[in-house]
Design a binder for this molecule. Structure first.
Ligand code: PMP
Length: 431
């Protein structure tokens, strides 16, 4: 009988349900600091997942640790009928930074739940039922928003016939300019049929969209948002912005709505708003919508005081450490450095701040998608080089590279060197 102590991964595999893991996952992370995480065997990785796009100021930032620790000794959890100082602190910061006319927040325990509430709010306010979404969108996997998710593999998780899942949702094309059949710059022809589509659905309550799509880092041109926003206003659709991933500085502004001058009626937040401490998210709305809202989802753990204290500390740290400016500068630096490799497999490098990644192709001229097997090899080789990342995108060929907003050019250089070696090795072994 083996006397070897089981590894954390072996123990995890026996007792934890993980529907979405791939090779080399889960990594048994035992400590983390700044932009790096360390595994059970002492191996250190540069974290391009930021704890799934949560730790904007880096892992275990001293300001956040201090705020959360102090709050642990004061009060942790109260009923949603009551309040605590950090909950109000965080709500004030978020509403102050949010685009007009957003002025209130309902705290939840996660992004999907926030979008559930957003959809409820839109329906309650408008008295209508249907929700217009964008292809390639991800809004969470709970029942009430699953229909808004573009990928069939996600909708299939419901175990229901797809037409039932999508019944109240419909979609229009994504502004995926790199693969735009018109190759335009940007005449927004992809929106030509949208008015007719909306007119055919008079029961539409709202447009639910991410300002910049997180899956594959799809960055809409300004003209696209201007035209779509005009259409939705003309047809009196509420604007529900999902800023769960773009919010808290990820695109170089506190909220990505700023890039496009959007004025959402409802806005959802998650991820970074807990500063990485516990599960906290929220749905924000104008006074008019918030004051009429009833029901919510009565989340037991929402508004946890420790999470809120950590979130407020993260918010303040983003400001005091100039992380928005660093995010924009590093996004540009990263883009230029990867483009400078001039690698035949690098099809598109797109970042808005530090949201985005590198789209891999087997041929730059035809833009043929690099086969999944080779994308997988690239990811694994990068993992061997100490780079922690995921792959995303409509064709699953985008290296998603979203480090903490505190990343340095030196750290990015080490990734770019590793990417250069990785692409060359993978190409040579692929024959
Ligand atoms: N919307 C977007 C844009 C997201 O990125 C996510 C999470 N990846 C969600 C919604 C769902 O959030 P959660 O995983 O916290 O439920």
């Amino acid at each position: 009988m083996s006397t070897d102590k089981p590894t954390l991964v072996n123990r995890d595999a026996k007792v934890v349900i993980r529907p979405w893991t791939g090779s080399n996952e889960p990594v048994p992370i035992v400590s983390a600091s700044g932009c790096t995480v360390t595994d059970e065997d002492g191996r250190t990785f540069l974290d391009f997942t930021s704890g799934y796009f949560v730790n904007q100021a880096g892992h275990c930032h001293p300001n956040i640790v201090e705020a959360a620790t102090a709050q642990l000794k004061a009060v942790t959890q109260v009923s949603g009928r009551h309040t605590t100082p950090p909950v109000v602190d965080l709500a004030e910061r978020l509403t102050e930074a949010a685009p007009d006319p957003i002025s209130r927040i309902f705290f939840t325990t996660g992004g999907s739940e926030s979008n559930e509430n957003a959809v409820k709010m839109a329906r309650q306010t408008s008295g209508k039922t249907d929700i217009l979404c964008i292809d390639n969108a991800y809004h969470g996997l709970t029942g009430g928003v699953l229909g808004g998710c573009s990928a069939p593999k996600y909708r299939a998780t419901s175990g229901l016939p797809d037409d039932e899942v999508v019944r109240r949702f419909f979609r229009i094309p994504a502004p995926y300019c790199y693969r735009c059949p018109k190759q335009n710059d940007c005449a927004t022809q992809c929106l030509d049929g949208v008015e007719a589509t909306v007119e055919a659905r008079p029961e539409t309550a709202a447009l639910l969209a991410e300002p910049v799509q997180a899956v594959g880092g799809i960055v809409p041109p300004e003209a696209w948002w201007t035209r779509l926003d005009g259409i939705r206003k003309k047809h009196r659709l509420l604007l529900v912005l999902d800023e769960i991933q773009t919010g808290l500085g990820r695109t170089g502004t506190m909220f990505a709505a700023e890039h496009y001058g959007l004025e959402p009626d409802i806005l959802t937040v998650g991820k970074g708003i807990s500063g990485g401490v516990g599960a906290l998210a929220g749905v924000m709305a104008s006074d008019a919508i918030a004051s009429e809202y009833y029901g919510g989802t009565t989340p037991t753990s929402a508004g946890n005081a420790v999470s809120a204290a950590a979130g407020a500390a993260l918010f303040d740290t983003i400001v005091s450490e100039g992380l928005l400016a660093n995010c924009s500068a590093m996004g540009r630096y990263f883009t230029e450095a990867v483009e400078a490799l001039d690698d035949p497999w690098v099809g598109d490098v797109r970042f808005k701040g530090l949201l985005g990644g590198v789209e891999l192709v087997s041929d730059r001229e035809s833009r043929e998608v690099l086969p999944g097997e080779l994308v997988g090899q690239v990811k694994e080789t990068l993992f061997g080089e100490g780079m922690l990342l995921t792959v995303s995108g409509p064709h699953k060929n985008v290296l998603r590279l979203q480090p903490p907003l505190s990343i340095t050019s030196k750290q990015l250089d080490s990734f770019v060197d590793a990417l250069k070696r990785t692409l060359e090795i993978t190409r040579s072994t692929a024959g």
